[in-house]
Ligand binder design. Structure first.
Ligand SMILES: NC(=O)c1ccc[n+]([C@@H]2O[C@H](COP(=O)([O-])OP(=O)(O)OC[C@H]3O[C@@H](n4cnc5c(N)ncnc54)[C@H](O)[C@@H]3O)[C@@H](O)[C@H]2O)c1
Length: 313
């Protein structure tokens, strides 16, 4: 049985990955800087000595690093924190692995935000060779992570695989992302905790996946991906954000009657930005399976209704 260490196990993707790995027969050790769950080891991976001790003690076969600052928006408010978390923490992992378990496979997570969206093809498909861009502290942090991983991978001959992951959604995702923010507002409106609100600009097309599909891709990349490679992880489908929010509104009589969605643009100039999963499919067989309109969107709204009811939001 393979021993997997999930770093950032209490987070959105980390929680889903834990279930995915347990359901697939892994021995799973979980670590995070904070959690109320006693089964998760509390460790600050930015602290070199603590990171080193964890990796020495656990001696994993595979490390999944899901600890990171995940919000491009927040990256503008917390620039040095974003760089520190998305770059230095990965360096700490590499150095500890080189010292204690150099044969360990390590999966690092990058982002679709690294891509220059203006350079996608007419069909919106973005492959791993698409040009990258440094247009936010977040994209810079992920591009820098990739570069330093390349260097350290070579220096220590580490077995690193990386992703550039597109948007993922699910009931455990925090506010601060477009779907969760509108789920929160709709649930608060329904509970009488918020006045009717205006929608912001919803005119873009993005690739969205259910987080359960994403973590299945992470497991498959860890099992079958090629050393040193970077894989896009997405659904391969582009969704008009206004349609996703429209699907949420349709589930809420309160939001339907008291808020006004912006008119749907039939604008062919908008690029239907989406992941080209060819490499991922060829190397791992991954195909996204979960219908986010029918399955994921309603489940996120239900989760936010429950949080508002419990007084958590
Ligand atoms: N959510 C998305 O749509 C998305 C898209 C592309 C890429 N990603 C990337 O995926 C990764 C995971 O994202 P997420 O949405 O699960 O984020 P998250 O914020 O929900 O989880 C991150 C976890 O890391 C932990 N952590 C933070 N600092 C730590 C430290 N010093 N030591 C140990 N643990 C620490 C946090 O406590 C948290 O539980 C991030 O690298 C993010 O950039 C996310």
């Amino acid at each position: 049985m393979s021993k997997a260490l999930i770093i950032g196990a209490a987070g959105f993707a980390g929680t889903a990955l834990r279930s995915e790995l347990i359901n697939n027969g892994y021995e799973v050790v979980c670590a995070d800087v904070m959690s109320n769950d006693d089964s998760i080891i509390k460790v600050d991976m930015l602290d070199c000595a603590s990171a080193d001790k964890l990796i020495e003690d656990v001696h994993p076969d595979i490390i999944f690093n899901l600890a990171g600052q995940a919000s491009p928006f927040l990256s503008w408010q917390k620039i040095s924190f974003t760089m520190h978390l998305n770059v230095d923490l990965s360096v700490n992992i590499c150095e500890s692995v080189a010292r204690h378990c150099p044969e360990c496979r390590i999966l690092f997570i990058g982002s679709a935000n690294q891509y220059d969206m203006t350079k996608s093809g007419d069909d919106g498909l973005v492959g791993e060779n698409n040009p990258l861009i440094n247009d936010s502290p977040y994209s810079i942090s992920k591009n820098t992570q990739e570069e330093i991983l390349k260097l350290l991978g070579k220096k220590y001959n580490l077995d690193i695989v990386s992703t550039r992951s597109f948007n993922h959604i699910g009931p455990n995702q925090k506010p601060g992302f477009v779907i969760t923010d509108y789920c929160m507002r709709i649930a608060q409106l329904e509970a009488g905790k918020l006045e009717p609100f205006a929608y912001g600009n919803l005119d873009s097309w993005r690739d969205f996946s259910d987080v359960r599909d994403v973590v299945r891709a992470y497991r498959l990349i860890a099992e079958k991906g090629k050393k040193g490679e970077i894989y896009n992880v997405g659904s391969g489908k582009s969704y008009y954000i206004r349609d996703l929010i429209g699907a949420l509104v349709a589930l809420s009589p309160e939001a339907s009657s008291r808020t006004v969605l912006p008119t749907r643009l039939d604008d062919n100039a908008l690029v239907h930005f989406r992941s080209d999963n060819t490499k991922l499919f060829e190397d791992t067989g991954f195909v996204a399976e979960i219908d986010i309109m029918k399955d994921t969107i309603p489940s996120v709204l239900e989760a936010y209704r429950a949080k508002v009811k419990e007084g958590l939001l």
